[in-house]
Design a protein around this ligand. Structure first.
Ligand SMILES: C[S@@+](CC[C@H](N)C(=O)[O-])C[C@H]1O[C@@H](n2cnc3c(N)ncnc32)[C@H](O)[C@@H]1O
Ligand SMILES: O=c1cc(-c2ccc(O)c(O)c2)oc2c(O)c(O)ccc12
Length: 356
């Protein structure tokens, strides 16, 4: 009896911790944002050996009275795996901070840096709508973004060019990471004579494909204001247009991180334009989709959770969603495609080939 009661109390305290952990979880995001804003990964990297708190504080010109605040933020970031500690000199006790794989992905000059993604995705414009989430469950059909900002995500983008450029840079660095696997997937890209990247932004992924497959004629379609000032090259053309109206003809259409911004109805329209774009292809053509596929039963817990969070981000911002395989299959069939192959995966994203 007593033991039962003890177990009950224990469980209650575990639940208390669980609740506090979730209440405080945003502090992980904010500590990460602070580290990127201060350029801490680059400072540690340039130091070439474990950096003591005193040296880090001095690089950052932190007033002595605040050094302990820096130490406490760093302690959280060490706990969550962004930094580690190591002895500064062998045989001495003094420890310093070193990078982990995650913080080395945040170095500003690395070709696969995600540092330019952290600030836009944690911008107040995208975070403040969360304060309207509960409100937007009753009364109307507006997204949390519209409820908070009084205009939808796309109107907001038109009025805030700086923010939209900032977000485009974030997407470009995500694409840079995906482009690492382009060469590994010859079965998907080799032999494709022409490709159009729909909503391809500033051309990061298309340009990696054009480099890896020099015989391919590559084109990026994006909104006129996005592609207006971009320098074309021999291997990469830019077309300003609207993917809901028409997509330039090609043997293959690539579409990455675009469909997750849109409702099913809108995706079916976009996919129909993509299907029309490949209709003239002698080989039959295909659409190559690079997006997340929710698989929360099979994915490892961190991967599953991150995809579920990305789904909420899309829901909050623009009525978009991340989809599971069944939801993808339904979209393909409703847009008149006959089959698909979901094989390759690269981190959060999967590559799906869809055939007419
Ligand atoms: C989330 S970003 C993805 C960019 C790029 N594919 C990537 O993964 O890095 C979505 C892109 O769709 C573009 N877009 C939005 N509406 C569009 C439209 N009607 N026609 C063409 N592109 C559009 C945006 O300008 C933006 O570049
Ligand atoms: O927070 C966002 C995150 C992503 C995103 C992150 C990792 C990926 O691997 C990916 O493919 C997409 O996409 C966004 C987007 O497309 C928006 O329009 C606005 C916000 C976001």
């Amino acid at each position: 009896m007593e033991l039962d009661q003890e177990l009950g109390t224990n469980e209650l305290f575990q639940a208390q911790c669980h609740i506090y952990k979730h209440m405080y979880h945003y502090m992980e995001s904010m500590s990460l944002k602070c580290a990127v804003q201060l350029g801490i990964p680059d400072i540690i990297h340039k130091h070439n050996q474990p950096i003591t708190l005193t040296d880090l504080a001095s690089h950052l010109q932190v007033p002595p009275i605040k050094a302990n605040c820096l130490q406490r933020v760093m302690r959280v970031l060490v706990h969550s795996g962004f930094f580690a500690t190591a002895k500064v000199h062998e045989n001495k006790e003094e420890e310093g901070y070193v990078l982990t794989t995650s913080s080395s992905l945040l170095l500003k000059d690395s070709p696969t840096s995600l540092s330019a993604a952290v600030l836009p995705f944690l911008d107040p414009a995208l975070i403040t709508p969360w304060f309207s989430l509960a409100d937007c469950f009753h009364g109307n059909e507006l997204t949390a973004f519209e409820t908070y900002h009084g205009m939808n995500f796309w109107e907001y983008g038109k009025q805030n060019h700086e923010f939209i450029n900032f977000l485009n840079e974030a997407m470009a660095c995500d694409s840079q990471l995906v482009s690492l696997v382009v060469k590994d997937h010859k079965e998907i890209f080799e032999g494709v004579a022409s490709l159009v990247d729909v909503g391809g932004g500033t051309g990061t992924l298309a340009s990696a494909i054009a480099d890896a497959y020099p015989h391919m004629e590559c084109t990026v379609l994006d909104l006129p204001q996005v592609v207006a000032d971009i320098q074309e090259s021999k291997s990469l053309k830019f077309v300003g247009g609207d993917m809901f109206e028409s997509v330039p003809s090609a043997e293959a259409v690539l579409i990455k991180s675009v469909l997750h911004n849109w409702s099913d109805e809108a995706c079916i329209k976009i996919l129909n334009r993509c299907r029309e774009a490949i209709a003239g292809s002698e080989k039959g053509g295909k659409v190559i989709i690079v997006e997340m596929v929710i698989n929360d039963k099979k994915d490892e817990s961190n991967l599953a959770e991150t995809k579920l969070f990305a789904d909420l981000q899309m829901m909050i911002i623009c009525n978009g969603r991340e989809r599971n395989e069944q939801e993808w299959a339904r979209l393909f069939s409703q847009a008149g495609f006959s089959s698909y192959k979901m094989t390759a995966t690269c981190g959060l994203n999967s590559i799906i080939e869809v055939y007419p």
